[in-house]
Design a protein around this ligand. Sequence first.
Ligand SMILES: Cc1cc2nc3c(=O)[nH]c(=O)nc-3n(C[C@H](O)[C@H](O)[C@H](O)COP(=O)(O)O)c2cc1C
Length: 185
Amino acid sequence: MTTVLVAVAGKHGATAEIAGEIADVLRHELPAADVEVRDAADVGDLSRFDAVLVGSAIYMGRWLPAARHLVEHHRAPLAALPVWMFSSGPLGDPPRPLDDLAEVTSLGATITARGHQVFAGRLDPADLRWTERLAVRAVHSPTGDFRDHDAVRAWAVEVAAGIRAPVTGTFAPVPPLSTGESSIP
Ligand SMILES: Cc1cc2nc3c(=O)[nH]c(=O)nc-3n(C[C@H](O)[C@H](O)[C@H](O)COP(=O)(O)O)c2cc1C
């Protein structure tokens, strides 16, 4: 059975809901798969997973520590698996800011992630701590729920196709190591 992990880090539920929506689509598209959604901070051994999705809310232009640490601490097993990354952050219509997220791109490169998708997020002032409220007021951030559920579901369908797809390309076995005898005359 294919086992898929959707690991997520967020503060106020918007990204966790996106992760849940992605998992629902994966379950629908891959009926024989076991799809687990976990808090990124609670992920341990990855050996039983066949594919991994890691997502985080963006705060101050960065992924949250739990998602960053997940990738950093499990670099080798993740590099050996198909991995997709997603972020939830930009607010408004059209959504802003469009951070370059260079750090997330670099993280993805270390594990040869198959893709990174940024989704618009949700900001409800009632959820925020006072420090967060001051920060969003300072940058005149729009408030509301700007998540595009169609975009989330469409991306999840693409990921499901990637998980389903057999590995393509030809596998060329490495020739046995030379015993020292040179074939060069
Ligand atoms: C204090 C604060 C800082 C934020 N900084 C960014 C940011 O730098 N870039 C961005 O795209 N979104 C930013 N956001 C928006 C959140 O990432 C967005 O609301 C996200 O969907 C929240 O997800 P969560 O509910 O899972 O925490 C910020 C929100 C707050 C409250």
